[in-house]
Design a binder for this molecule. Structure first.
Ligand code: SF4
Length: 365
């Protein structure tokens, strides 16, 4: 693997906690008032930080000179510490592993398709409590939810990293570690900042939250963030198969999901993600069940090839079988995309790299 770039984290324990992070809207506003900085000036400060992805020092330069030291002393820009990066030899996709301040590792992936529409796949939790059988994060167990600042810092880090390539983050997808709708409060607030013109200013159509099907969260998302996209990781429209792949399916059976999806589709854009697993989800009965499940729902189906990983006994469907499945769905009138797997060599499976890293740290491998 090329492009491994270790970052010194020796002095982590010595990090002094300033009063607030740049993501703490209330604390920054209080600081602004204390320093008698004009609201317009704070707006420019945020503009430089979040839209131009500049450094804190560059952002401080827009403040009155006499206020810069106070802001510098009381504000912290980076919340996460970059621990390691991996660059795909295939297509330049980049995996960033971050260390949180309480020493957890999380992953973020920057995808760089040739279209130039850079996307960043971010994490919402440390580990995950859902234990899906096709996901390496599911093997890690759950540690804790990420904070709003930790979620947003992944996007700012990604933007700063790709700025020199003349790129900026266009799409944000919550498809990294964790089930976003089990960290609803922080994820919803982070999404609001991502689409807020005064913060990251992304289009709602370019922010996607992906869930394995937490029905109440799906409804809440569609109600609060109708301009954003909701992706349901369905992966099977057969209840017994789905339960084997996604234990949460027992709590939210297909009939419940279908209703939640229908409600969400009335308010905004919804998509179905479907993993093509050899002899598990790619058979004629799987296709028939999927067509039946979608019915007349206004929904786009993304077919995803599967990258196997150590510890999984699942196998991806062959390229020919994926194409055949896609063609047959199209013939049945569904709107379908067969996704190309970007960064297959580094993506392998979400959570795999962190899991491997943790084992090395504990001398297990
Ligand atoms: S697929 Fe998502 S919800 Fe399932 S274990 Fe992995 S991170 Fe958790």
């Amino acid at each position: 693997m090329e492009g491994v770039d270790e970052v010194d984290t020796e002095n982590l324990s010595g990090v002094v906690q300033p009063m607030a992070t740049i993501y703490d809207a209330e604390a920054v506003e209080a600081l602004r008032k204390r320093a008698a900085v004009q609201p317009q000036t704070l707006k420019r400060f945020r503009n430089v930080l979040f839209k131009q992805a500049a450094s804190l020092e560059e952002a401080l330069a827009v403040l009155p000179v006499e206020q810069q030291a106070g802001f510098r002393e009381q504000l912290q820009a980076e919340v996460l510490v970059l621990h390691e990066t991996r660059v795909s030899e295939i297509d330049g996709a980049e995996k960033l592993i971050f260390r949180t301040q309480d020493n957890h590792l999380i992953e973020t992936v920057i995808l760089k398709p040739q279209s130039g529409r850079t996307a960043v796949c971010i994490s919402s939790q440390v580990g995950c409590a859902c234990y899906c059988s096709f996901c390496a994060t599911g093997l890690m167990g759950f540690s804790r939810n990420l904070t709003v600042a930790e979620i947003l810092d992944q996007v700012r880090w990604a933007n700063r990293r790709i700025k020199l390539e003349g790129r900026s983050v266009r799409n944000v997808v919550f498809m990294g570690m964790g089930e976003p709708l089990l960290n609803q409060a922080a994820v919803f607030e982070a999404v609001e900042r991502l689409i807020d013109p005064a913060w990251f200013n992304l289009s709602g159509a370019h922010v996607t939250v992906s869930t394995v099907g937490i029905a109440p969260g799906m409804r809440a998302f569609a109600e609060r963030l109708p301009s954003c996209r909701l992706a349901l990781s369905l992966h099977s429209a057969r209840q017994s198969v789905r339960e084997r792949l996604i234990p949460q399916a027992r709590n939210f059976p297909l009939s419940v999901l279908r209703e939640a999806l229908e409600e969400a589709a009335e308010r905004g854009t919804v998509m179905i993600e479907y993993l093509l697993l050899k002899n598990v989800t790619d058979q004629p009965e799987d296709l028939a069940a999927l067509v039946d499940f979608v019915g007349d729902l206004r929904v786009h189906v993304n077919l995803i090839p599967f990258n196997s990983f150590t510890g999984s006994n699942l196998e991806g469907a062959s390229e020919a079988s994926c194409t055949d499945f896609s063609d047959k769905l199209k013939k049945r009138g569904l709107s379908v995309t067969l996704r190309r797997s970007l960064g297959a060599d580094i993506m392998a499976a979400c959570g795999q790299l962190v899991q491997h890293k943790l084992k090395i740290d504990k001398n297990i491998v």
